[in-house]
Design a protein around this ligand. Structure first.
Ligand code: 3HC
Length: 281
């Protein structure tokens, strides 16, 4: 299989696939991004070893199963590709068009990890929309069990069955099915909640610490909404909100000004060292 893009989600997807015994080819734009992905995967596998979930030999075998390239033409022999590039429609459709040209297997599956962009648009960027499907993982991918399976109006039944088998039998994850609507099931519920917490902070209603403590201590969530937004990435949260707003025109999906300004400022959350909380040092 192949993974295009190895940011937070792509590197997690590559890791779980390699741990499941698959030969994984990972495409990145340049060597800098490739090195960052290798470091991220090594750190995550190290956590697996430290927590006793992975032996050192299994870690080494997983690392051996992953190869990197900066040339998407190397995907010619892949049977399954998962796209996990930035949440931007043009960038994603360009990837699908390029994959359609190079992947030789006529039965290959083209999956997207998009959280909000219509699968139909990605399918129509190829000559084989019946083989295009949304396979949406959750962050951190090695830890969270869920995958949303999202067929478009044109996705074939065989593609749906094979994608489900890949996620459940090969990767050991749980599937829920969603129609091809921006946000699917989980983000349609989660994003308005995260945006509400940002509006609450923006209006001076409560501090970031108190908003997060409220949901951790009062509702037993593993992390509060602002810390979760930091984990997802403020840029990604904004992109998902914008796709959902574009689709439904509901004010509750509209990204609040504080989120927009923080993205402009490069305060992207955990990955940049600062978001609603500080992660430096
Ligand atoms: N890789 C591998 N293992 C990891 C890991 C990683 N990146 N992060 C955590 N783990 C493992 C740890 O080793 C630990 O294992 P153990 O219990 O056997 O020791 C276990 O997971 C718990 O981790 P920690 O003890 O370090 O930390 P926490 O208990 O604080 O949990 C968390 C961290 C797993 C991130 C937890 O806070 C959590 O689940 N938060 C909510 C995350 C969430 O909601 N994600 C969904 C985001 S939405 C999304 O992804 C969709 C997209 O479209 C936006």
């Amino acid at each position: 299989m192949g993974v295009v893009g190895s940011g937070l989600m792509g590197s997690g997807i590559a890791e779980v696939c390699a741990r499941a015994g698959l030969d994984v080819l990972i495409a990145e734009v340049d060597l800098g991004a490739t090195e960052a992905a290798k470091a991220r995967i090594a750190t995550s596998l190290g956590r697996g070893v430290r927590s006793g979930k992975l032996s050192e030999s299994d870690r080494d075998a997983a690392l051996d199963r992953m190869r990197f390239t900066t040339d998407v033409a190397d995907f010619a022999d892949r049977n399954l590709v998962v796209e996990a590039v930035a949440e931007n429609e043009q960038v994603k459709t360009d990837v699908f068009t390029a994959l359609d040209k190079v992947v030789e297997d006529p039965d290959a599956i083209f999956a997207s990890n998009t959280s909000s962009i219509p699968i139909m648009k990605l399918g129509m960027a190829t000559s084989r929309p019946e083989q295009v499907i949304g396979v949406h993982f959750f962050n951190p991918v090695p830890v969270l069990k869920l995958v949303e399976l999202v067929p478009s109006l044109l996705t074939g039944q065989q593609t749906q069955d094979r994608a489900r088998d890949f996620v459940t039998t090969v990767l050991g994850k749980e599937v829920i099915r969603s129609q091809d609507r921006a946000g699917f099931v989980v983000n349609a519920l989660l994003i308005p909640y995260l945006l509400s917490s940002i509006r609450m902070l923006e209006s001076g209603f409560a501090s970031a610490e108190d908003i997060d403590s409220g949901m951790v201590l009062g509702c037993a969530h593993p992390m509060g909404p602002l810390r979760l937004t930091d984990l997802i990435g403020l840029d990604t949260t904004k992109a998902i909100a914008e796709s959902m707003y574009d689709e439904f025109k509901e004010p509750l999906y509209s990204p609040p000004p504080l989120l927009l300004r923080m993205v402009d400022a490069g305060l992207l959350g955990k990955k940049s060292g600062r978001g609603f909380h500080n992660y430096a040092g």
